[in-house]
Design a protein around this ligand. Structure first.
Ligand SMILES: [Zn+2]
Length: 108
């Protein structure tokens, strides 16, 4: 696989957009690099990652979801309660234990 190293300006645009959308905390360094590369190459971003989709949207990047295409492999996100710290496999409005908000958590 060819690795495209995005330039600093593209990375900064992605980070700015992520800050605006509130996704900066959940994007990994790799996510930012992938977004920056897509931005530079004017590529269609293929991801089911909501944070990446949000940021791509803020940058006017074209996004395609993976699962819609019938591909089953997808990134496994966990959600963690901001109050009690319990982790869940699926997103919920609120923690069923303490009622606090859940946040996405990258298991890597
Ligand atoms: Zn909780």
């Amino acid at each position: 696989m060819r690795v495209h190293v995005p330039d600093e300006a593209a990375v900064r645009r992605v980070e700015d957009a992520a800050t605006r959308t509130g996704d900066a905390d959940v994007l990994s360094e790799t996510d930012v690099r992938v977004l920056a590369a897509a931005l530079e190459l004017d590529a269609v971003l293929v991801t089911d990652d909501y944070a990446m989709q949000n940021v791509a949207d803020a940058l006017d990047l074209a996004v395609e979801g993976v699962s819609k295409e019938g591909i089953t492999e997808r990134r496994d996100w966990n959600f963690q309660c901001q109050g009690c710290g319990r982790e869940f496999d699926e997103d919920r409005e609120r923690c069923p234990v303490c009622g606090s908000d859940l946040a996405r958590k990258n298991p890597n």
